[in-house]
Design a protein around this ligand. Structure first.
Ligand code: NAD
Length: 532
């Protein structure tokens, strides 16, 4: 948000947008700008830096609305989710264009990410007609046992900017259908998409104060203020997508308040290519896993682990393909594989890895840092000074002990790691502290099985990329990638409800489980050997 464009910025007539609190539009004294990731002189709008008092007000508004929203029949809540899905479908094209403009992913990917939010609505629309509990037999006569799913209360949500609509929908939609109310602090990297999404939810008929949106930064700003609300007792649940460092902090605050947070964090995802793989397919999958979205996905591949007998051939084909990658402004070019960094912060964080690689003795096969005039790869189209674009970067000679192997760089960089055989491949894949996604290219059933059983990851693909999610499959990681919670599909419902067990006794007398239960005594032993 404090991006300094390489060109003189002209802030033009960009509008200032408000926080959305309790159905009211509330401005803040301080504001920040959102810029087109591909053309930093294009300002999308100014957004408020919500104060702590405003964040508190949003939590209080959500608490007040919880009283009515939680009692709204779940099928009606589901119907509203359906309306959100329809509005998203209607606005799909404009929203996708906005995602591309603000965040810089290609239009094809942006359309996919809006579709994922639509799919999420379609899945949860009818969940409002299920939300099943159980009827359970009692050990006492004239007593009924039932379980009910209950909403948790007010959910604080903080999200990252690389998936500005799909990832928030994974949290907001199930939280709403299960009867919770929300305070959402979207990423300062993509506030315009968040604002548009919030307006669509409002249009669908979700009552004022059910979804409250506060804008601003993370540390020392709206994000941290929202985390502080757990200590003030104003939140009943926290759901976060972002870096592992911030996730750990949120987990600590949630833990001392006895809240179970949803934590979807970073990744350094392995992609294994075995000696029997279909190499054309593996190279295509590896290129997209590493460089799709400019490597700015939590599921982007970080290490490509290649079986020794095909290492040289894979490397040759992969590099040939990397040299052809088209890069440029995705607002103007439909054929680019990736666009710019989301902003300067992401570029600067990525750039640091060039130092590690050099000092650790890895070999740079391709890549020269920032793309500039006179220093651009063959496939670059456009004006590189308009934004921050990175060279597709490939290292080899990378080993598990190296920082380059271990650390998420969140940019267009991949490491080639040579191994010998399936056991070493999986062991190497597991030697990172993360465990989000993973992939293997092989046609050997035993190797695929070994991978499935032994890989330490929340998500795995066989003969497909490390990236990509379907709205009805569980999404999440293990180890440094999360705390075991899952988003999407039926699994996410556990994150936004608690089970309420109810005993209903109509016997009209005191009857105590275990103590007054009429257990049946065995009648004596049957000696089968002496029966005949
Ligand atoms: P980040 O953790 O810096 O920021 C994410 C969000 O947290 C932003 O809204 C930010 O304002 C807020 N934030 C930052 N510091 C905070 C603090 N101290 N207290 C409260 N809120 C704070 O992450 P980023 O660099 O913006 O995003 C990239 C990261 O997100 C990568 O690590 C990526 O892997 C991860 N990510 C994970 C998933 C997933 O589902 N696992 C999806 C997308 C991105």
């Amino acid at each position: 948000m404090t991006d300094t464009a390489t060109k003189e910025p002209h802030t033009g007539s960009a509008n200032t947008y408000p926080n959305l609190i309790g159905g009211r539009e509330i401005a803040s004294e301080n504001t920040f700008e959102s810029r087109n990731s591909s053309r930093l002189d294009d300002v999308l709008g100014r957004f408020p830096e919500a104060t702590k008092e405003q964040v508190r007000e949003a939590c209080e508004a959500a608490r007040e609305t919880f009283k009515t929203w939680s009692r709204t029949p779940a099928p009606i809540r589901g119907q509203l989710i359906g309306q959100i899905g329809k509005a998203l479908e209607r606005e799909k094209e404009s929203l996708s264009r906005l995602v591309t403009r603000e965040m810089g992913k290609t239009h094809k990917e942006a359309r996919g990410s809006v579709q994922e939010a639509i799919d999420t609505c379609q899945f949860f629309q009818s969940e409002g007609r299920r939300l099943y509990g159980q009827t359970v037999p009692s050990e006492m006569p004239r007593k009924e046992l039932n379980t009910y799913r209950r909403p948790l209360g007010v959910v604080g949500i903080v999200t990252a900017g690389n998936f500005p609509i799909a990832v928030p929908s994974w949290k907001i939609i199930p939280a709403l259908v299960t009867g919770n109310t929300i305070v959402w602090k979207p990423s300062e990297d993509a506030p315009a998409v968040a604002y548009a999404f919030a307006k669509i939810i409002e249009e669908a008929g979700v009552p004022a104060g059910v979804l409250n949106v506060v804008f601003g930064g993370g540390k020392g700003a709206a994000g941290e203020f929202l985390v502080d609300m757990m200590d003030e007792g104003l939140l009943d649940k926290f759901a976060f997508t972002g870096s592992t460092a911030v996730g750990r902090h949120i987990g600590e605050v949630a833990g001392r308040n006895l809240l179970h947070p949803t934590l979807e964090l970073g990744g350094k995802n392995p992609l294994i290519v075995m000696r029997d793989a279909d190499l054309d397919n593996a190279v295509e999958g590896a290129v997209f896993s590493a460089f799709g979205t400019g490597g700015q996905r939590c599921t982007s591949a970080g290490n490509i682990i290649v079986d020794a007998p095909i290492y040289d051939e894979f490397k040759r084909r992969f590099l040939e393909r990397v040299k052809q990658i088209r890069i440029g402004d995705p607002n103007e070019h439909d054929d680019v594989l990736y666009g710019p960094f989301i902003n300067q912060r992401f570029y600067e964080n990525w750039q640091k890895h060039y130092e590690w690689g050099g000092s650790e003795g890895a070999t740079l096969l391709h890549g020269e840092g920032r793309i500039e005039d006179g220093k651009a790869p063959e496939g670059y189209v456009g004006d590189p000074s308009a934004a921050y674009y990175g060279w597709p970067t490939v290292w080899e000679g990378v080993k598990p002990g190296m920082k380059l192997f271990q650390t998420e760089v969140f940019g267009p960089t991949i490491n080639l790691v040579k191994v010998d055989g399936i056991e070493e491949a999986v062991q190497t894949a597991n030697s990172v502290d993360y465990g989000l996604s993973s992939a293997i290219y092989t046609n050997d059933r035993e190797w695929a099985h070994h991978f499935k059983e032994n890989i330490e990851a929340g998500m795995s693909s066989i003969n497909n990329t490390t990236v990509g999610a379907e709205a009805h499959m569980p999404f999440g990681g293990v180890k440094g990638s999360g705390n075991g919670t899952r988003e999407s599909g039926i699994w996410v419902i556990e994150s936004y409800t608690y089970w309420h067990g109810v005993n209903d006794d109509v016997s009209g007398k005191l009857q105590l489980a275990q103590m007054d239960t009429e257990y049946v005594e065995p009648k004596g032993e049957v000696d089968v050997a002496n029966l005949f």
